[in-house]
Design a protein around this ligand. Structure first.
Ligand SMILES: *Cc1c(COP(=O)(O)O)cnc(C)c1O
Length: 260
């Protein structure tokens, strides 16, 4: 509340309208994709990825019924979570995570989507125990054979799942994946339509592989039913392959030029 002017300001009201429209459109996409896959739309949770956007946007989204928010950098997430501590939100950490940040992340995150190595499992377990918290964990799977964007090799996923399941202070929830970009190096294929078709193909195979790994994990851990997959550009494909949680940034919040 400011001493001068009305609240909400015209600018805040405009942002609210913008977010409400984008959120409604995203919910419609998720609903349509779920129905097309013969699934109940209620089985898909939208996580609004608010990285690079201010805490005020998180507040607006909360007022529009968003209960799940995602962030990918510890410092920014910690600040925003503190500013929004009065809201009943579930905070998802979806970015690559260094072990020395485990303690901080466990302070605000309810779920960490990017658990991809034993050392990180142990650091999170240690941190969770010292805070007296239980943190949900997903095994992030590398779907492009390139660990540049994080993720465990598929062959290592079952052992990591077991380690999380037995880790004090941790709760194994399922698996997470980011579809590869799928761009062709072949200049002859580098035209829009062909490239888009390739990317879709690559993403399709990646989500199918993730679903297989999720099923393998569920054999030993029937309660670990989450599949975190799909973003603004590919959520329909992910939902067709069983995604239970889609992580949506730009389709809800918009595009920013200063993306880091
Ligand atoms: C930023 C981000 C998203 C959201 O991406 P959009 O394409 O903006 O929807 C999802 N997952 C992860 C891990 C991210 O870092």
């Amino acid at each position: 509340m400011t001493a001068t002017g009305s609240w909400p300001s015209p600018e805040q009201a405009r942002r609210r309208d913008e977010l409400a429209a984008a959120l409604a459109a995203t919910r419609a996409r998720v609903g349509a994709a779920a129905r097309a896959a013969g699934r109940d739309p209620e089985t898909v949770t939208i996580i609004a990825v608010t990285k690079n956007w201010p805490a005020q946007d998180v507040r607006i989204l909360a007022s529009l019924g968003v209960a799940d928010v995602g962030e990918n950098r510890d410092q920014e997430a910690a600040e925003k979570a503190a500013l929004c501590a009065d809201l009943a939100l579930t905070w998802h950490f979806v970015g690559q995570l260094q072990t020395n940040k485990a303690k901080s992340v466990v302070g605000y995150a309810d779920v960490v989507h990017s658990v991809d190595r034993v050392r990180l499992v142990d650091a999170l377990s240690h941190a969770a125990q010292s805070c007296g918290r239980t943190v949900g964990c997903l095994v992030q799977v590398s779907l492009d054979g390139d660990s540049g964007r994080g993720g465990a090799a598929p062959v290592d996923v079952p052992a990591l799942a077991d380690r999380i399941a037995t880790g004090a202070g941790l709760r194994l929830l399922g698996v997470m994946g980011v579809a590869p970009l799928g761009q062709s190096d072949d200049p002859a294929e580098a035209t829009g339509a062909v490239r888009a078709a390739n990317a879709e193909d690559v993403a399709e195979r990646a989500f199918a592989r993730l679903a297989e790994l999720a099923a393998i994990v569920r054999v030993g851990h029937p309660g670990a039913g989450w599949i975190s997959a799909g973003m603004s550009g590919d959520l329909e494909l992910a939902i067709a392959h069983g995604a239970t949680h889609v992580r949506v940034g730009s389709a809800i919040l918009g595009q920013r030029r200063d993306l880091r």
